[in-house]
Design a protein around this ligand. Structure first.
Ligand SMILES: [Zn+2]
Length: 564
């Protein structure tokens, strides 16, 4: 056994042998910097966890000075790691706990009996009395074109309470035992901003909309500690495999804020995270009822406070100015509804704004976006502030006059661009009609106004695939291949900016992340080729390696034995 002195001597020698932090030089492929001039260069040097050199090949080799590990990209492209502008990390790991009920192209459920069979399978392996939860069903993609009813779910089990989340996350459906356990019956009134759907006899039919979801008390469907860690690990892997280096949680309860901060400290999350406290916790913090955690910068940061002003258009709960194209019921004038009454929204936004918060509000329908912009304007009138970077999350049906207001107010629209792909055909034929569908997620109109906007995946609503989002912004085609508003297409670099530098800007992190410039964090992604070539097939580009803080956090198995 070596003596303590020998160990100390060995450590000292090791220390002498290394000269400062580790250096790596990337050469041999295009380096898309995403800097102010959109420069593409030939070499990038990393020292420790920061970018130290950006420039030409020969210069780069001089910088390396024989001391750097040299990585030959072999024609592959190096870009800033993708930054999630809005999602629900670790929701991507949700199927560790929930039954996967997605329909094609994401999953395989095409008919109601398949959905029921999938649940029956889970019921067989679950002790009676325990909750069964599912995620991702889409009423418009099941052959029957309706939500699973209480009766459908009773056919899966009457011994397990069942709750299923609609793919939008804005509705749930339940079986009889779940309704009984929750104490919901024909006498339960609809909560403010929500609906308990009822059958002809006046009994709840199982479907709960918007704020009525809160009746499904969180504790009942909260996974335990081991499942939570498994979910987080799975989500971490999926995000890194997509080239994402900063994840986002866009409505966190107090326990999520604390839990994710600790999991990061313990090294169970290899990504960086930006967490948005939900309005409930933020208002409690303002009232002095709780203290928000500080995070763990630069790994975990607290970002904007998040409010939800309406629902989801594909769930018929988005709040529109004009009626839905094909209304969901008998009322031809049906326009959806606000989730927060307008006056409450204005008061809460003003209070949070006055307290110095960045405020992000979910709004899909244009009537909802009117309310949100009124709230931002009123907050600014009462308490003028510089550089607020308030956000309209989704801004799906933002009209031109609303984009003008956003520019004036310095508001960032964050578009859920894959709506054109996953729901494009149904937005055109069912929810909004051809004219409005062509204008949804109007990135081109925003770009033409010089507005900085971001693009997000809202995972787990759809899988975490920033490159598919970029492809959607550039090509705007539905899953059937139909063009959805080609006049709103944007150039590749503009779309890439929305998932890198402008996403960092939205998070107030553009001095640290989002472009490849000396001094910034070395959060990088290596792609199988440059997205600037063959823009029509950006969705086929493979992520080869993801680097966070100068360290390889994920590597693809293709062509290499050493991978995750
Ligand atoms: Zn969301």
């Amino acid at each position: 056994m070596p003596s303590l002195a020998a160990v100390a001597l060995a450590l000292a020698l090791l220390g002498l042998a290394g000269c400062g932090p580790e250096r790596t030089l990337y050469v041999g492929g295009p380096v898309l910097t995403m800097d102010a001039d959109d420069r593409s260069v030939a070499a990038l040097g990393v020292e420790g966890d920061r970018i130290a050199f950006v420039g030409g090949d020969a210069e780069g080799r001089r910088w390396a000075d024989g001391r750097a590990r040299v990585v030959d990209l072999g024609g592959r492209a190096l870009l800033p790691g993708f930054i999630d502008a809005h999602g629900h990390f670790p929701g991507a790991g949700i199927y560790v706990v929930h039954v996967d009920l997605n329909s094609p192209p994401i999953g395989d459920i095409e008919r109601m009996d398949e959905l029921v069979a999938r649940l029956r399978e889970r019921a067989r392996e679950t002790p009676a009395g325990e909750w069964i939860t599912g995620w991702g069903y889409d009423d418009t993609l099941i052959a029957e074109k309706r939500h699973p009813s209480r009766a459908d779910l009773d056919a899966a089990s009457t011994e397990h309470p069942i709750v299923l989340f609609h793919v939008s996350g804005h509705l749930v459906t339940t079986n009889t035992l779940a309704l009984e356990s929750l104490g919901i019956d024909r006498d339960t009134p609809d909560p403010v901003g929500g609906v308990i759907r009822r059958d002809a006899a006046g009994d709840p039919d199982g479907v709960l909309e918007e704020s009525a979801i809160e009746l499904v008390a969180g504790d009942l469907v909260q996974p335990g500690l081991f499942d939570t860690v498994a979910m987080v690990r799975e989500a971490d892997r999926l995000y890194l495999a997509s080239g994402t280096t900063t994840a986002q949680n866009g409505w966190a309860a107090a326990e999520h804020l604390t839990g994710l901060s600790w999991l990061s400290r313990f090294g169970l999350v290899n990504l960086r995270m930006v967490l948005w406290p939900g309005d409930v916790v933020a208002l409690q913090a303002l009232d002095g009822e709780l203290e928000l955690p500080a995070g763990n910068p630069p790994w975990v940061r607290m970002g904007a406070v998040k409010l939800v002003a309406d629902g989801s258009i594909q769930g018929y709960t988005g709040y529109l100015k004009r009626p839905y194209h094909v209304p969901p019921g008998d009322d031809p004038e049906y326009r959806g509804y606000p989730r927060i009454p307008r006056e409450t929204l204005i008061e809460n936004v003003s209070r949070l704004h006055a307290a110095g918060w960045q405020v992000a509000v979910h709004g899909n329908g244009d009537a909802s976006i009117d309310d949100i912009l009124d709230a931002f304007e009123e907050a600014q009138r009462r308490h003028p502030r510089e550089d607020t970077r308030h956000v309209v999350i989704h801004a799906q049906m933002a009209r031109d006059d609303q984009l003008d207001r956003m520019r004036e107010l310095g508001v960032i629209p964050s578009f859920f661009m894959l709506h054109t792909y996953y729901w494009g055909d149904r937005h055109r034929d069912l929810f909004m009609g051809p004219e409005r569908a062509a204008r949804m997620s109007p990135a081109r109109s925003a770009a033409d106004r010089g507005i900085r906007f971001t693009i997000h995946n809202d995972t787990p609503v759809v899988p975490m695939e920033p490159l598919r989002s970029v492809w959607a912004a550039v090509n705007r085609r539905s899953s059937s291949g139909a063009p959805i508003g080609p006049e709103q297409r944007i150039p590749v670099l503009r779309a890439l900016r929305a998932v890198t530098l402008d996403a960092a800007y939205q998070h107030f992190e553009d001095d640290e992340k989002g472009s490849l410039e000396p001094g910034k964090l070395a959060d990088l992604v290596i792609l199988s080729r440059s997205p600037l070539e063959d823009p029509e097939h950006i969705d086929e580009i493979e992520v080869v390696e993801t680097i966070v803080g100068g360290q390889t956090a994920w590597r693809s198995c293709t062509g290499s034995g050493d991978c995750d």
